[in-house]
Design a protein around this ligand. Structure first.
Ligand code: NAG
Ligand code: NAG
Ligand code: NAG
Length: 972
């Protein structure tokens, strides 16, 4: 909507006669008396046509005698000569998406015969495709030109210097007209002293870095200047003399300016439209804008502007009759309260404060903003909504998401919002601090279309104020403490929905299967409720379906794939479903996510994968599936997460698994798989991050090829019957030597259990990238721990079943926090380097044949549970009862000394790490419910945030720029 307002405004300037009272008219108008036209001019036009490529035959009318009637030609009433050529490509106007069919544009070359049109004043070749040919220099000889529009015409090379001869030119639009690769200067500009309109959008002016402003400042008639996306970076903070005093429109958006805001800009007292968005302007806003009372549009979003806005808004509000319609301060670092003076901006239609640090209450005066249509204050720290908010009868769209709202919303806060159609109030944190308390009989004055409320208390009753909302398209009432059943009146509103999300409530009864979904990419999310009974199904327009974490039971309907063939996401995990996996799931050719974990599904995994080549996540964890992995798994070429753990599956790993070559996670733990760990795994699935084969019946040696899996971070081969030596090259597993820094690559669906700290720890995806673990315990791996294993510097967890001696350099594993070597045949002395394991907080050496004195420094001060050392006859010293030879006389004092000197460092360090980790875990556990499947994968992200798309009034670019970071924040 903002765009609409702007585009409404701009042509206003052009059309209000400011520029070309006579020439901006339809190109098809006739040429008056001179319907004949001059022979020489007709010839010139014929040559022009000859040089053009005209695949769509636009110029077929250019054959008859009267050239003044040819398409796009206008002749002078007085002289009969051609004054205007308008060959703007009209297809563009129909084709907003910009997918021009190349055949429809004019191309070829511009013939020099143009110069024979001595009175040509107007030339428009915009939106054609000259395929990178150079703009000919002779253009500069068209001395009579007043209007030249070459925008989007795909010329190559540079803007010719000869353009400076067009001293009568008033309107010049070269936007998007030249290849990106050509760096231009502006030496041609100062000659154009009549220029009123200049648009050089998306032309690389980096060669004009030093002189662009001087060149512009030499154009005293300039009223409208568009230089967005021009690779400009220098904007002087002071200007000795402003010559462009007539400037009304200034667009410098999307450049690289990184200074503070130059305050001379605000001396341009005629400005109507100022757009500085998407730069890196820093520092505060100017204190006063007192003289800019004509300003209608001010856009400063996507900069780095700091400080409060009170003085600035006060300044704007001091104008007698403020004309400001659009104020966009989104995505900066502004803070403080929103000032009361906002209420004086009576013409303001669009107010954007997204992504700043504003706090406090929305000012009560907001009720006076009698033109406000759009109000966006999402992603701030605002806390209060005044009742006067309910007076905004013009308000159409409002986004209050991601703030710290407190208190109670009553019908008074909504009383006169008679125009509102879009209401967004989501908060991804599960904490609820805002409650709706609306009288049961209240009938709202609005008809909402898009309603998104997360983490606000609406319940316990289903909100009765929706009773007359029969225009709803999107209904998201998530984590709203609603319990009981969805009332019949809601089901009978005849809604035409594209999204229904009642996740994280306490809903019971019949799932709302009668609701109609009209958008062919509709979303249904009822996860984490208390629905029982058979798994509900919807129509084929539903493409994402989340029913997980309910109490659905019985079979998955066998015809699910016929009912909803276009599903992309299906999560029915954590229910009580039984029976077999229906074959018809194989029909869902768009499926990317299939999560059926934590049910009672049994039988074999069907051979149904030949159409599922887009499948990205397959999670069947914790069911009772039996049989083997179907060989058809080879069709799953997009699969990233393959999780079959905790079932009754058996057989060997099929060699067809080699085709799943982009797997991140192969988790087959807790099954009955047997045979060898295939050597091809390394070559075929080099992307593997997680290899979990725990608790199966694998035999044979660990193939040394596994050492080539350089991304492996979690290796769990424990509880199998593997034999032979551990390949010494295991010390080369580079994934265990480095920290995964790019959290984005460890996108993970579901959870993974890693044995750490002596117990099972569930890691969510948020911190999975921090986890490095190697667990080979409970196998038949003879021999010694390879010395090279001490190269795995980033290892957090090491569980081994070994014999022989501990490597002397084990102290190199400085990140190790879990070391479990219990019940092995380890012998020999404890390596002194173990005291360097300062992050160790879980150690188990029990039941070996180790000997020597238990260290008493660093971490060993805290590892003082005797049971972790017991069953080693040769170990002595604290905390064991037997003291070491020669130690008898030593009292506690050496320990105390050690504690004072060294342990503090170790302890602090450890606490730091664990604080970090437990924050990570707490955050993850807390969020998991809400964000469990909000994965950093584009299509999912879109599925969840897709409503942004239809809210064109949001700053889409802002969201896009911000989203990855935010998800990263939520998920760790
Ligand atoms: C601006 O105007 C002043 C005074 O008319 C003139 O001296 C100066 O050269 C002009 N600046 C530019 C950049 O043309
Ligand atoms: C801008 O305005 C201020 C105060 O009105 C004035 O002092 C200053 O000289 C002006 N700057 C320019 C470049 O005109
Ligand atoms: C599924 O569970 C229901 C009871 O919950 C039981 O009656 C039915 O026989 C089960 N079906 C299968 C195939 O195990």
């Amino acid at each position: 909507m903002a765009d609409k307002i702007c585009t409404e405004l701009l042509p206003l300037l052009v059309l209000s006669g400011l520029l070309f009272p006579g020439t901006v008219k339809f190109a098809f108008s006739t040429g008056g008396i001179a319907s004949g036209c001059f022979g020489s001019e007709r010839e010139a036009l014929a040559k022009l046509k000859g040089a053009f490529a005209d695949p769509s035959g636009w110029l077929t009318s250019w054959v008859r005698k009267g050239c003044c009637k040819w398409r796009g030609i206008v002749c002078s009433n007085l002289t009969g000569r051609v004054v205007e050529i308008n060959l703007h490509n009209p297809y563009v106007d129909d084709n907003l998406s910009g997918n021009l069919k190349p055949g429809q544009a004019l191309g070829g070359e511009i013939s020099p015969s143009l110069l024979d049109l001595k009175e040509l004043k107007y030339l428009d070749l915009s939106m054609n495709n000259f395929g990178g040919t150079k703009l000919p220099r002779f253009i500069g000889s068209l001395k009579q030109l007043r209007y030249l529009n070459l925008s989007g015409a795909s010329f190559g090379g540079m803007i010719p210097l000869s353009l400076r001869n067009l001293s009568r030119l008033q309107y010049l639009d070269l936007s998007d007209g030249f290849a990106e690769s050509s760096q231009n200067d502006l030496r041609w500009l100062p000659g154009l002293s009549s220029l009123r309109y200049l648009n050089l959008a998306a032309i690389d002016l980096s060669k004009a870095a030093d002189h662009w402003l001087r060149a512009i400042n030499s154009l005293p008639s300039l009223k409208e200047l568009h230089l967005p996306n021009c690779f400009l970076s220098k904007l002087p903070l002071s200007l000795p003399f402003i010559n462009v005093t007539l400037l009304e429109v200034l667009d410098l958006s999307n450049n690289n300016f990184n200074s503070t805001l130059p305050w001379w800009l605000f001396n341009l007292t005629r400005l109507i439209h100022l757009d500085l968005n998407s730069n890196n302007f820093g520092g505060p806003l100017p204190k006063s804008l007192g003289s800019l009372c004509d300003l209608r549009v001010l856009k400063l979003s996507l900069n780095d502007i700091t400080g409060e806005i009170t003085d600035f808004i006060d300044g704007l509000a001091r104008c007698n009759d403020s004309k400001l319609e659009i104020l966009d301060l989104g995505n900066n670092r502004l803070s403080g309260n929103l000032p009361d003076s906002l209420g004086n901006l009576k013409k303001l239609r669009y107010l954007q404060f997204l992504l700043n640090s504003f706090h406090g209450s929305i000012p009560r005066t907001i009720g006076n903003m009698s033109s406000l249509k759009e109000f966006y204050v999402a992603d701030n720290s605002m806390s209060g909504i005044p009742e006067s908010f309910g007076q905004l009868s013009t308000l159409v769209a409002v986004d209050l998401s991601e703030n710290l709202w407190e208190g109670v919303v009553t019908e008074r806060h909504l009383a006169n919002l008679s125009s509102v159609t879009d209401l967004d109030l989501y908060k991804r944190s599960i904490n609820i601090s805002l409650a709706f308390n609306i009288a049961p009989g209240w009938i709202p004055p609005f008809k909402l279309r898009f309603l998104t409320i997360w983490s606000c208390q609406l319940g316990p009753q289903f909100p009765t104020w929706l009773r007359n909302q029969n225009d709803l398209k999107t209904v998201v009432l998530r984590n709203a403490r609603i319990s009981g059943t969805i009332p019949d009146w809601f089901l009978q509103l005849n809604l035409q929905l594209d999204e229904l999300d009642f996740a994280f409530n306490g809903l019971t009864g019949m799932p709302p299967t009668s609701l109609m979904f009209v958008d062919d990419q509709s979303n249904v999310d009822l996860r984490s409720n208390q629905y029982e009974g058979p798994l509900p199904m919807w129509s084929s327009n539903v493409t994402t379906l989340y029913l997980n974490d309910n109490r659905f039971s019985g079979p998955i309907p066998p015809n699910i794939g016929e009912l909803m063939p276009y599903l992309t996401d299906l999560d029915i995990s954590q229910n009580a479903l039984n029976g077999t996996i229906p074959l018809s799931i194989g029909n869902m050719a768009n499926l990317t996510t299939l999560v059926i974990s934590d049910n009672y599904l049994s039988g074999e995994i069907p051979q149904f994968w030949s159409n599922l080549s887009l499948l990205y996540v397959l999670d069947m964890l914790s069911n009772s599936l039996s049989g083997s992995i179907p060989s058809e798994v080879s069709f799953l070429s997009s699969l990233k997460f393959f999780i079959l753990s905790n079932n009754n599956l058996s057989g060997k790993l099929p060699s067809s698994l080699q085709n799943c070559s982009s797997l991140y996670s192969l988790d087959l733990g807790e099954n009955k798989f047997s045979g060898n760990i295939p050597a091809w795994i390394a070559e075929s699935i080099p992307s593997l991050l997680i290899l979990r084969l725990r608790s199966n019946s694998f035999t044979g040696e660990i193939p040394s090829e596994i050492c080539h899996l350089s991304n492996l971070h979690i290796v769990d081969l424990s509880h199998n019957s593997l034999s032979g030596p551990i390949p010494p090259c295991i010390g080369n597993l580079t994934g265990l030597k480095v920290e995964l820094t790019d959290a984005d690559t460890v996108i993970y669906q579901g959870q993974l259990t890693v044995v750490a700290k002596g117990r099972f720890v569930q890691y969510g995806q948020s911190i999975l990238y921090l986890v490095n673990s190697l667990d080979l315990s409970d196998n038949r791996l003879p021999g010694e721990i390879p010395e090279a294993m001490t190269n795995l510097l980033r290892l957090w967890t090491l569980n081994l079943s070994m014999t022989g001696r501990l490597p002397m350099d084990i102290g190199n594993l400085e990140w190790l926090e879990t070391l479990d070597l219990s019940s092995n045949n380890l012998s020999g002395l404890l390596p002194p380097s173990m005291t360097a394991l300062t992050k160790l907080n879980h150690l188990n050496l029990a039941y070996n044949d180790l000997s020597g004195k238990i260290p008493t420094t660093n971490q060993f001060l805290t590892l003082n549970d005797p049971s972790i050392y017991e069953g080693n006859v040769g170990l002595c010293g604290i905390p064991l009862p037997m003291s070491c030879p020669g130690d008898e006389k030593q009292p506690q004092s050496p320990d105390d000394g050690g504690r004072n000197s060294k342990s503090e460092d170790g302890g602090d360090d450890l606490e730091h790490i664990w604080l970090f980790l437990s924050i990570g875990l707490g955050f993850c556990v807390g969020f998991w419910g809400v964000c469990g499947t909000l994965i950093v994968k584009k299509s999912w992200r879109e599925a969840y945030f897709g409503y942004v798309d239809r809210m064109k009034n949001k700053l889409i670019a802002l969201i896009a720029a911000e989203k990855p970071e935010k998800i990263g924040r939520i998920e760790g």
